[in-house]
Design a protein around this ligand. Structure first.
Ligand code: DSN
Length: 426
């Protein structure tokens, strides 16, 4: 068969874009060559509904081994007692937790999307907000930090059955112990979605939510640097608190509820090629070099935040504890929207995304902020010295959003800087 030139030309162009550009989207990264290889392997051909040793199709004896290794490696990585590696994405992992823990209409609490929360933590346009009754908690308008006192007040008033910690655009450490205490006071399940900082947590550089939360979900492709996908973990299993059983009455534990909520509850056949790639990525994350990489991600994020602050930019919460830096444009450029800033940065081959900032008056399609992150650029070898140059480039672009000549000059410098930097961690 002839090669599909149309599609492979597009892949080659995307490869060039990734290679020559500066990737600052906080949720993106570059996987190793062996992760790509596992994803592109013949495991994609296999149907394997069910779980290792309990499949609906024959011929699963080989993929069973890969899935079992993925489970064992991720348990070791995070100190988990139980893991499900089948969710196709973080949102699918979260959906399975909702299915296992709540009935339609039940109340739960998550961080307000416009203040850094995630779509699947209660947005009215997502299943979480459509099927369940979402109550939000917020950040303090002055500090930009989660307001745990108000969270507790709201929890006592609203009595949610589930409380979610974790965010998409929050650059500070979480007080998981406080959240667990709040959940215990109201009899709620405490879940943490650690998708963004998972790699930093795996490396032991941020507090591990598995010590506090009943259930932890994550994606595998952000700081964790694996293939696109999701996981669900528990530090320890516990009895099914809702007495929810199948007609045969066998779902006695939360792990059984969660397994059944992933398959057959919300997904069909697992992507065994992606699960094998997850196993490879978990294996990489267990190596000492992964910790060195994550230390550099943190140091780079702090250096980037400082360099921007030194230039007079406002950083939400004043800095960062993780890989993410949220720039509030309102002070320096009151007329500039996040959308315009994103467009100008992309014109300079600097990829970042517009983002709402706490108490933003603009819509999610315009926004007043830009979210930056260091995981991807650090995989390519960036150090703190480079972070000051990155801040210079961003500043130059934001001061010249309509000056295409100035932006072209930044683009040339970006391309010259990125061209010699390797894209594969291995
Ligand atoms: N879209 C992801 C992010 O950028 O944070 C969250 O799912």
């Amino acid at each position: 068969m002839e090669k599909d030139k149309q599609i492979f030309d597009i892949i080659a162009r995307e490869d060039a874009r990734q290679h020559m550009g500066m990737e600052l989207i906080a949720s993106e990264n570059f996987v190793s060559h062996q992760v790509l290889e596992a994803m592109g392997s013949c495991l994609t051909n296999k149907y394997a509904e069910g779980y290792p040793g309990k499949r609906y199709y024959g011929g699963c004896q080989v993929v069973d081994e890969a899935e079992t290794i993925a489970i064992e490696r991720v348990k070791k990585l995070f100190g988990a007692a139980w893991a499900n590696v089948q969710p196709h994405s973080g949102a699918q992992a979260n959906m399975a937790v909702f299915m296992a823990c709540l009935k339609p209409g039940d109340k739960f609490m998550g961080l307000n999307l416009s203040q850094g929360g995630h779509l699947s933590h209660g947005s009215p346009v997502n299943f979480s907000g459509l099927v369940f009754d979402a109550v939000e908690y917020n950040v303090d308008p002055e500090t930009g930090l989660v307001d745990y006192d108000k969270m507790e007040e709201t929890a006592l008033r609203e009595r949610p059955r589930l409380i979610i910690g974790g965010a998409s655009a929050y650059s500070r450490e979480w007080d998981y112990a406080r959240m667990r205490a709040i959940a215990d006071r109201v009899g709620a399940i405490f879940m943490v979605d650690m998708a963004h900082p998972a790699g930093l947590i795996a490396a032991g550089l941020l507090d591990n939510p598995l010590k506090y939360a009943h259930i932890v979900t994550s994606t595998t492709h952000k700081t964790l640097r694996g293939p696109r996908g999701g996981i669900i973990l528990m530090g320890e299993d516990f009895d099914n608190p809702w007495g929810k059983t199948t007609p045969k009455g066998q779902l006695k534990t939360m792990s059984a509820l969660l397994d059944s909520a992933v398959f057959p509850g919300t997904q069909g056949g697992p992507l065994e090629n992606v699960i094998a790639a997850k196993a490879v990525a978990f294996g990489e994350a267990l190596q000492p070099s992964f910790k060195t990489y994550q230390q550099q991600v943190l140091v780079n994020a702090r250096a980037l935040a400082k360099a921007l602050k030194d230039k007079g930019y406002k950083i939400v919460s004043g800095g960062t504890d993780n890989h993410c830096v949220l720039l509030d444009l309102r002070e320096n450029f009151p007329e500039l929207t996040g959308k315009q800033a994103e467009r100008a940065l992309v014109e300079a081959d600097i990829t970042a995304n517009k983002n709402m900032v706490p108490y933003d008056t603009r819509s999610p399609f315009q926004t007043s902020g830009i979210r930056l992150g260091t995981p991807a650029i650090t995989t390519r070898g960036a150090d703190v010295i480079m972070m000051t140059v990155v801040a210079d480039f961003i500043d130059e672009v934001l001061r010249n959003v309509d000056n295409h000549e100035a932006i072209a000059s930044v683009r040339e410098q970006v391309n010259a800087m990125m061209a010699p930097m390797p894209i594969f961690a291995d």
